[in-house]
Design a protein around this ligand. Sequence first.
Ligand code: AMP
Length: 279
Amino acid sequence: MHILTTIPEINKFLQEKLLLNQSVGFVPTMGALHDGHISLIKQALSENQLVICSIFVNPTQFNNPEDLKLYPRTPESDFKKLEEAGCNAIFYPTIEEMYPEFEVLNHFNLGELETLMEGSFRPNHFRGVVTIVKKLFDIVKPTNAYFGLKDFQQVAVIKKMVADLKLPVTIVACPTLQEKDGLAMSSRNIRLDEKERCESVKIYEALNWIKQNKANYLPEELQKEALKKITTPLLNPEYLEIVNPVTLQPIKRWNEVDKPVVCVATWCGKVRLIDNMEL
Ligand code: AMP
């Protein structure tokens, strides 16, 4: 497995491979890898001749400096997991490599997608996401890029950018891997203490409860009840919305869309967790 840290290094690596016309699968991550990330690598390996994973904690997508500082960084164990999974190369750049100017001047307009749900609680988050993903796509030039549906809104935002800019890459949305009790796997989970970890299962339970009660109540009724279930001394929700999966606008009636999705973000102690479920 190659570990490449600069753009000239990855260019050289790719030049040979692209001459052979190999398809490139790309999995962008911020590291602290868990089985959810590895499932994306495995899917990419099954659909491409070459798989590249990037590890870069992207400062421009953090609206909270404390969150950026505390974001787990475990490069050695990440490299080991990627090697074991069969990943061909890692792109592990420095901040200076990705942001020589640091200040980002040209922002992509995401319309309402950047002001709803995650966008409204994390101002400028998606601007940072599309900025880094576009830079990474320009460098890696992937045939297919793999993103987890755990970050449901992120997938919608990336698809929008790719469609709008007509980028020559296929976005593949992959299912969320969960812990045994239903908590969505996340790099941030290792920051939960024992009590918070126990309490966090209520997030999955609330999503599941909505799914099971869909036939008997209106979306708004279930939204209100579910919010109560995840409002506890340790859980402090920011939003729980039942939305149209394309526009991400809240729905009023179930028959408005084929496959509504419930999306949630909540603090669990000092850790912010998100999850979602197709209903
Ligand atoms: P991150 O390192 O958190 O930026 O995540 C990198 C990629 O892995 C993103 O596309 C995430 O949506 C995806 N991902 C994160 N957690 C999971 C999970 N539990 N299951 C599947 N994919 C995930």
